[in-house]
Design a protein around this ligand. Structure first.
Ligand code: E4P
Length: 217
């Protein structure tokens, strides 16, 4: 399963890319607005750093506007994946942009039929938002299972990109279900590194080693 970081922050991307575990990045208007500055330069920097798919979202709501913005975003860097919201216009824009060779991530997916329609429109990725479904008292990961099953039945090339991830359990479940990609905030990826028994174990190993070295002199 590929790991993307869900951020508009260049430093967060650099830190994860340096470790060598990062496959791509997803941004959205909220995340980029938080950073301030020139969003085009930020996206270009992120592309240069990760050298993998970087989702950049359109803000137009009509198909013609989305197509125009999508074409423009795609000129920023070959790694750009144009992100469009799942609406009728978004699906139309996806079909057009995909037919021109752009990779499209259809976002704000909250149901299996939406994912199916996006796949039919040639989406490279669909992004089910699991955390936001959990927030309204449903089990977001059930949607991922449904989409993975449907895509497997018909061998769609569209990748299932699990989004709106809130904790490491979402990541583990996504991997067990066979999702293609998970995108998580840097803080959640950080949680995956941590286990108190690892820290305690390492401390004990080092102490025992030091003790043995001291006894030799
Ligand atoms: C995905 O592409 C979105 O940017 C993101 O996962 C949304 O997550 P949120 O529900 O935490 O805002």
């Amino acid at each position: 399963m590929k790991l993307f970081v869900d951020t508009g922050n260049v430093k967060e991307v650099e830190a994860l890319a340096a470790i060598g575990i990062l496959d791509g990045v997803t941004t959205n208007p909220t995340l980029l607005a938080k950073e301030g500055g020139d969003y085009r330069r930020i996206l270009a920097r992120i592309c240069e750093t990760v050298k993998g798919p970087v989702s950049a979202e359109v803000v137009a709501t009509d198909a013609a506007g989305m197509i125009r913005e999508g074409r423009d975003l795609a000129t920023l860097d070959p790694h750009i994946v144009v992100k469009v919201p799942f609406t009728r216009d978004g699906v139309e824009a996806c079909r057009m942009l995909a037919s021109e060779g752009a990779r499209v991530n259809v976002t704000l997916i909250f149901s299996a039929p939406q994912a199916w329609l996006a796949a039919k429109a040639g989406a490279a990725y669909v992004s089910p938002f699991v955390g936001r479904l959990d927030d309204i008292g449903t089990t977001g990961m059930n949607l991922v299972r449904e989409i993975v099953d449907i895509f497997d039945n018909f061998e769609y090339l569209t990748e299932v990109l699990v989004a709106s991830v809130r904790n490491p359990i979402h990541i583990v479940e996504a991997a067990r279900m066979g999702a293609d990609v998970v995108t998580a905030p840097a803080a959640v990826i950080d949680q995956c590194f941590k286990h108190p028994l690892t820290d305690i174990g390492l401390e004990r190993f080092l102490k025992d080693w030091e003790k043995a070295q001291a006894a030799r002199v």
